[in-house]
Design a protein. Structure first.
Length: 170
């Protein structure tokens, strides 16, 4: 007699390149993007691209939080997410793309955690985090961060497009 067993999806075995850490050059490039974004926003000369990059890093780091002991607490991610929302809200009210000094401190901690995660992670973990980011944030416009005060962002893609490029043509 054959028992009905749940169908399991078999993953293709991971190759050596996926099991090893990313190359030093790739890690440096990913890290540098975040540090430059923070630096530009710190100077008050940023735009939606820099805040978008920091937002992306917050979520990617959140999805890789189990890789380092410092990443297990969700509170820094909630604070960083709130800072990003506040920055965008300030711009929507006519302010500049920039972060306050105390906001930069929070974001710098996330960047340092992200740097440690990139150095510790096998390449497939970064790819997995990227896929989770695409599903949760990009496709569903929702926050994956546990206990987030942001249930649904008040900032839509259309609003960001207007902030960057002016009104969206009808």
């Amino acid at each position: 007699m054959v028992k009905n067993r749940p169908h399991r999806v078999r993953r293709r075995p991971r190759g050596k390149d996926q099991l090893l850490p990313m190359s030093d050059g790739r890690i440096r490039a990913l890290s540098l993007e975040g540090h430059i974004a923070l630096s530009v926003l710190r100077s008050g000369h940023g735009d939606a691209v820099q805040i978008g990059r920091l937002s992306q890093i917050v979520y990617l780091s959140y999805f890789m939080r189990d890789l380092t002991p410092a990443g297990s607490d969700s509170e820094p991610f909630r604070r960083a997410e709130h800072i990003i929302e506040c920055c965008i809200a300030r711009v929507m009210k006519g302010g500049q793309w920039g972060l306050k000094a105390e906001e930069c401190v929070v974001m710098a901690r996330i960047l340092l955690l992200y740097d440690a995660q990139l150095a510790a992670a096998p390449a497939y973990r970064f790819v997995d985090a990227w896929e989770q980011f695409q599903r949760a944030v990009v496709n569903n416009f929702s926050t994956p961060i546990e206990g987030s005060s942001i249930e649904e962002s008040n900032i839509s893609i259309d609003v960001l497009t207007k902030l960057v490029h002016g009104p969206v043509p009808a």
